[in-house]
Design a protein around this ligand. Structure first.
Ligand code: XBP
Ligand code: MG
Length: 257
């Protein structure tokens, strides 16, 4: 029995990383840092979970005096707060629609009496902005648990954020399904013992997802059916709750053999 669905945010609910990248660059301009994260650089930097950690690691790569490196390191929090403020503004214009199948599966799960949860590295303000923009003012209340940002000391690929979500849900991992887009997120979910479905974002295509139960282009819906080979693999043109529950139950039976 699947009692709860736990969703990652960036790349899973919506393809948000290009907007994050732009917000980082706007913040760097605001602080007159002379930094510019182009897409190839950002793809590499995304391997570091957490915006503050990403900026801090980037500073370490720069040819700076110890004094300048220390000065900039003390600015990371302020730069990141500016980035978050800019990101929230950018998200408000609706530029990052929910990925195919997300709104559908959230509705199906709630109608079936399942609990919904979030397990994300991103900042709470960013989760609020994205969910409210696309699911309306009551969006956050649809989620039993919103675990995100600095709530835990160790970010993905550590399992901490998923373990926190499970603890708040009061459910064991085998009663839940996780949805992720990246290898960092997949490892975090699997290390927390979760059955994990991966829908890679454009930034993660080609990563190693061997630990995933299955990998899909997206979750699909009537307007965006899955590619034929994926539909054949899951037994339908999109990942419906019935299929997911059946696939999850099968996996649990297999793991007991
Ligand atoms: C992806 C991340 C986040 C975002 C930026 O989060 O690693 O750091 O890239 O957001 P998710 P912040 O777990 O949802 O995929 O700047 O707020 O960290
Ligand atoms: Mg993600």
């Amino acid at each position: 029995m699947t009692d709860a669905l736990i969703f990652d945010v960036d790349g899973t609910l919506a393809d948000t990383e290009e907007t994050h990248r732009q917000a980082f660059n706007y913040a760097f301009l605001r602080y007159d840092l002379g930094w510019e994260w182009d897409p190839p650089s950002y793809r590499e930097l995304l391997k570091i979970s957490g915006g503050k950690e990403r900026i801090a690691r980037y500073i370490q790569t720069l040819p700076l005096s110890a004094t300048e490196a220390a000065r900039l390191s003390h600015l990371v929090g302020a730069i990141h707060r500016a980035k978050t403020e800019l990101y929230v503004e950018l998200i408000a214009d609706g530029r990052c629609p929910l990925r195919p199948g997300i709104a559908r599966l959230l509705d199906e799960a709630q109608q079936a009496g399942m609990r919904l949860a979030i397990a994300s590295t991103t900042t709470a303000a960013n989760v609020d902005a994205l969910l409210t923009r696309h699911l309306g003012s009551g969006a956050l209340s649809r989620f039993h648990t919103i675990a995100c940002g600095d709530l835990v000391p160790n970010k993905k690929p550590a399992p901490d954020i998923y373990l926190h979500a499970l603890s708040t849900l009061g459910l064991s991992a085998d009663r839940c399904v996780a949805f992720e887009d990246s290898r960092n997120g997949l490892l975090a979910a699997v290390r927390a013992g979760l059955y994990t479905v991966v829908t890679p974002s454009q930034w993660n295509v080609g990563e190693d997802f061997r630990e995933a139960e299955f990998v899909l282009s997206h979750l699909g819906d009537a307007e965006h059916p899955l590619p034929p080979e994926e539909a054949a693999a899951i037994g339908g043109p999109w990942l419906g709750l019935a299929q997911l529950a059946q696939l999850h139950a099968q996996s649990r039976r297999n793991s007991r053999c």
